[in-house]
Write a protein that binds this ligand. Sequence first.
Ligand code: AMP
Length: 114
Amino acid sequence: MSECIFCRIAAGSLPARVVYQDDQAVAFEDVNPQAPVHLLVIPRKHIPNLLGVGEEDEALGGHLMRVACQVAREKGVAESGFRVVANINRDAGQSVDHLHLHVLGGRGLGWPPG
Ligand code: AMP
C-alpha cells in the first residue's frame, strides 16, 4: 500500500468526503478548509506536483481543470467566483506531494495571496 495519503484516498483506503470521482480523478473536501468551499481535485495517478506533469499527462491535466470547474458549479460558487490553486514546492507551502488543485470559494478571496 502506498504511503501517499492522497493515493490512499484515491484508492478508498483512507476516508475522505468525496464529492466526485471517475477513472482518472477524485475530488474531496479539504480536511482543514480555508474557505466555505474548499475542495481538492487529484489525479488517481501519483504525480508529485505540476512539475511532474509530462507530455503523456496533458489530457489528464485538462481533465483535472474540468473537474475543478464541475465541482465548483455543483457547490454553487461558479457564478460568485472561485479560485483554483496548485502549490508547488516549499516556498508555495506544498505539504502533500501528490498533485492537487485547491478549489476555493464562498467568500471574497484576497489578492495577492499570502
Ligand atoms: P498543500 O499545502 O497545497 O500541499 O495542500 C494540502 C492540503 O491537503 C491542505 O489544505 C490540507 O488541509 C489537506 N489535507 C491533508 N490531509 C488531508 C486529508 N486526509 N483529507 C483531506 N485533506 C487533507
